[in-house]
Design a protein around this ligand. Structure first.
Ligand code: SF4
Ligand code: SF4
Length: 169
């Protein structure tokens, strides 16, 4: 067989293989979504944007222990806490998470010792910024994320699990 005939045979075989895969997928259910009209079903432990939880009066659950900042492998959490009358532990006066380097590992929420968790990863995945500064979640944004999570899903991240753990302890 000449080189040309071999190339033609190889091309025809590749073409038929491609067509066969197309035909197979033609009869399978779609795996793509018509976003944003259609929304994905998220895994129960999906890790989206961070949020801070608070009491109904706005008092943050955070006790300023700093564990989240210490455990963060990307060192993107900046926080400052101080003593405040009537608040258990210390109160976070500054709290920022820089999403530019965050890998969404969820360790910060895992180590948070309060019940419900003061810091959670919500189910929110829609977030856009036009520059790097816009990807820094300030304390106010984090608080709003936590509030929206309750509004949309009726709970915040691992709140239920945290409460159960606390009860079991
Ligand atoms: S999700 Fe991981 S990388 Fe992101 S802030 Fe939390 S601990 Fe750090
Ligand atoms: S968010 Fe949780 S881990 Fe982080 S400082 Fe507050 S209480 Fe500690």
């Amino acid at each position: 067989m000449t080189a040309l005939a071999r190339e033609i045979a190889y091309g025809a075989k590749s073409l038929l293989q491609g067509l066969w895969i197309t035909i197979l997928h033609f009869f399978r259910p779609n795996t793509t979504l018509q976003y944003p009209r259609e929304r994905p079903v998220l895994a129960p432990r999906y890790r989206g944007l961070h949020g801070l939880t608070a009491a109904p009066d706005g008092d943050l659950t955070c006790i300023g222990c700093g564990s989240c900042a210490k455990v963060c492998p990307d060192q993107v959490i900046t926080m400052k806490a101080e003593k405040r009358e009537g608040h258990k532990g210390r109160y976070p006066v500054e709290f920022e998470i820089d999403l530019n380097s965050c890998c969404f590992c969820g360790l910060c929420a895992e180590v948070c010792p309060t019940a419900p968790k003061a810091l959670v990863l919500t189910k929110e995945y829609e977030f856009v910024a036009s520059d790097r500064a816009g990807l820094v979640l300030t304390r106010e944004i984090l608080l709003e994320n936590g509030r929206l999570e309750v509004e949309k899903h009726g709970y915040v991240g691992l709140k239920e699990e945290g409460a159960e753990e606390a009860q079991a302890a």
